[in-house]
Design a protein around this ligand. Sequence first.
Ligand SMILES: [Zn+2]
Length: 282
Amino acid sequence: MQPVTPRPPAERDARRDIVEVCRRIYARGWLAATDGNVSVRLGDDRVLTTPTGVHKGYLREDDLLVVDRRGRRVSGTRGPSSEIAMHLAAYDVRPDVGAVVHAHPTNCIAFSLAGVSLAQCLLPEVVFTFGSIPTTAYTTPTTEEVPNEVRRWLVGFDAMILDRHGSLTVGADVYAAYDKLERMEHVAEITLRARMLGPIRPLEPAQVERLREVGRGLGLPDRTILPSPCDHCNACPSGKAAAAPPLPPPGHAPLPLAADREDLVRRVTESLSATLARPRGR
Ligand SMILES: [Zn+2]
């Protein structure tokens, strides 16, 4: 089935909604000052977007500008962000996308800095909503590398982490794209807390398959699951770090656990034998 391009909203409504979404993202702390950008497709060759250099917490509807599909300003007084190329790539690759949200959410970026993937299937609602959450390769900001990299991932995914940079989420409208950012950052926060408690347990392949069956039954779109996400995870039980023992604290070299245990058993046995060998009453 061909993807359906959503009916574009009235420009006045789109302006109001973009400002509302920017305020929410700023209020949640998922960008700082002028970071991030939000856009809405107004038609075949028109995209309404946030300008460069304006604080998202104080953005006004008349700060927004309209660009064509090559990123050239059609109306408005401010300039477009250099990151508009990512948004245009999304509209290009995905006719079903009506809005794009790019932010700098704290936990998502922290995971990418640590080199820990969020692609494992951990929570049922993530399998339903996203499939896997990929992390794109690092690209140099403001260059063509950025849209070229996200273009590859947008074919199969609605939400992704941009390495050392932020998030990109798309949807039929701006609230749908915002909701995916909220869910992805929530997953990142839950995963961070779970990792603080100990090793995490991804869903079993059979559990993921069952979720996908249920999703199909509910009429949800089939989401892409990355084939072996733990190839690029360095912290979960089956990830790369599983093979390496934890480092001891500096200046302290503990005995290996097995040797410790043997030593303990030997000393307990000796002590018991000595007690049993003692004559009664002494
Ligand atoms: Zn950015």
